[in-house]
Design a protein around this ligand. Structure first.
Ligand code: VG1
Ligand code: CO
Length: 542
């Protein structure tokens, strides 16, 4: 039986960089999730007769939310919902499933790298038929629907047993429960030289993959250990936990601290990697050497021809605007276009669909290709393994060779987290008002070449997105970007992105914070971040 429940619009159901993210307790408020899900259905023109993919990263409230969404999809007349066993799917696996099964869209339950648990964060993301995050016009329509919603529809039925593959019926909707790992692992086999990677492990190559108690554990075990022969125990923290073991499932040197300690120590294996809550981000570490995500993207682009799935060459590449320009240098040598988009994977979808880009990446540890329409953590790790196998070199040797050839883009991001939102907004708007007067002025040791508020015109559909970050270029081959995060759930987070290029052959081995000291000082001179936000130092330095 379908029940219709009267409701009222709830403020703030506006999807950010990657879906709607709120404190778990807010999502648990009666009607909160229901309102947003009904707004998705309303915003996309209904669900009648459609096929939907559903899954999440397993965080606290995932299981209950999946049952509610199934009942609401049934009430909306969905023909079929394909759901991962126990309501689980990594973000890349969900993207693949939508494409493979020709689904009309998908709902992914995740707040990605944000902590989980009753006091943590929860999130809901809608992906469209190409498998990618809903682009701005769709998220806008969903937000508008959330401001107008007056009722939601849900079938009355007991919870479905999602613990084993099979099919079930919910009202008129068929619910298909699938193994979340198999199809994704099969896709990986089509892209990479599994024989070469297997030979690497047979030869004694050692790696550690830290799944950070999040969703990639089962995927990494199946692909790295079972299919590629990495020794048992290569994948650690492999059982997804509802609170990620109390940690931040964010693969960077700060939060993947144990892995970093191992990789910098005497017992380090040849290769280290980690991924985030929902499996779309990655971290790559060599013995004694952390690879910044921007460098990783550039290395992957420069070596993609060594990997079977990309042997035919790259059509083009794309990076988020704040990501370092290391990728641009590779693209220049390859003679292909390099697009710069606003932060957030949703902006890559059109480029990938139109064949304008094969590889994409973000400085926040997201890397991916046209094999799906999301960033893909394990894919990036396999890319590296395949490159190491083909080049027969260590991570450090690959990096040194890369910098010698292309020069090195020193890069870092400084995050000021959960600061006062009014102060952060004022900082950015004051700066915006001064942008016209900055060109030609000096900030400490650096001279401003140009200052802009980044706006992006999508080359495929012509849509324009404004105010996507303040970008300042210096005459000394340096760059500074400031923007406010769109994924936080408390206060505001200011991200300060710092970059400086050194052509080499000298000066390629500096410590990044030291190499960036003048850019860091310029940022402070420009807008007095620490004074205005009341902080003495950034909370996270990547
Ligand atoms: C952050 C990153 C961005 C990424 C987004 C979602 O957004 O900067 O590059 O696409 O998270 O990634 P923001 O607005 O907080 O800077 V995930 O893995 O959290 O879905
Ligand atoms: Co993520």
């Amino acid at each position: 039986m379908i029940k219709t429940i009267p409701t009222r619009p709830i403020d703030g159901q506006k999807p950010g960089t990657s879906g709607l993210r709120k404190k778990t307790r807010i999502f648990q408020d009666p009607g909160y999730l229901e309102n947003f899900v009904q707004s998705i259905w309303n915003g996309i023109g209904g669900l009648e007769g459609k096929v939907l993919v559903l899954g999440g990263d397993g965080r606290f409230f995932n299981a209950q939310a999946a049952q509610i969404i199934l009942r609401m999809a049934a009430a909306a007349g969905a023909a079929r919902v394909i759901v991962g066993r126990d309501g689980l799917l990594s973000t890349p696996a969900a993207s693949h499933l939508i494409r493979e099964r020709g689904a009309d869209g998908g709902v992914i339950l995740s707040a990605s790298h944000n902590p989980g648990g009753p006091d943590g964060d929860f999130g809901v993301k809608y992906n469209i038929a190409n498998g990618g995050p809903a682009p701005e016009p769709v998220t806008e329509a969903i937000f508008r629907a959330s401001q107008e919603v007056t009722q939601y529809h849900i079938v009355t039925a007991p919870d479905l047993d999602l613990s084993s593959p099979g099919t079930a019926r919910l009202h008129r909707t068929e619910v298909e429960i699938i193994d979340p790992v198999g199809d994704y692992a099969d896709l990986m086999e089509t892209l990479f030289d599994f024989t070469a990677i297997r030979a690497l492990f047979v030869g004694g190559f050692r790696m550690r993959f830290d799944a950070m108690h999040a969703i990639t554990g089962p995927y990494a075990r199946e692909i790295l250990q079972d299919r590629l022969g990495a020794p048992e125990g290569s994948v650690v923290n492999a059982t997804p936990l509802p609170d990620f073991g109390g940690g931040h499932p964010d693969p960077n040197p700060v939060w993947a601290h144990d892995l970093m300690t191992l990789m910098m120590g005497a017992q380090a294996p040849d290769f280290g990697a980690a991924s985030d809550g929902d499996g779309d981000r990655n971290m790559v570490v060599g013995r004694g050497l952390y690879v910044t995500p921007s460098d990783s993207l550039a290395v992957i682009a420069a070596n993609a021809h060594l990997v079977p799935g990309y042997a035919a060459g790259l059509k083009g590449v794309a990076r988020s605007m704040p990501s370092s320009t290391a990728l641009d240098r590779v693209a220049g040598e390859l003679g292909i276009a390099c697009h710069a988009t606003p932060t957030g994977w949703k902006f890559f979808g059109n480029l990938l669909d139109a064949g304008l880009a094969t590889l994409c990446g973000e400085e926040s540890a997201g890397t991916g290709s046209d094999h799906i329409r999301e960033k893909d953590g394990l894919w990036a790790v396999l890319m590296w393994l395949n490159i190491l196998a083909a080049r027969r070199q260590s991570v450090a040797e690959v990096m040194t060779a890369h910098w010698q050839r292309f020069g090195r883009n020193y890069y870092s991001r400084h995050d000021y987290e959960e600061v006062d939102a009014a102060a952060a907004n004022a900082l950015v708007s004051d700066l915006r008002a001064r942008l016209d007067q900055l060109a030609g002025t000096r900030l400490g040791q650096l001279r401003v070449l140009e200052a802009e508020d980044f706006s992006y015109r999508d080359p495929v559909d012509g849509s324009v997105t404004t105010q996507q970050g303040i970008q300042i270029r210096f005459a000394e081959d340096a760059r500074l970007v400031l923007r406010l995060s769109g994924t936080g759930t408390a206060g505001a987070t200011l991200r300060v992105y710092l970059e400086r290029f050194v052509a080499g052959p000298e000066g390629l081995d500096a410590e990044p914070q030291a190499a960036l000291a003048e850019v860091i000082a310029a940022a402070e001179a420009l807008c007095g971040i620490r004074t205005r936000l009341g902080r003495t130092a950034p909370d996270v330095v990547t």
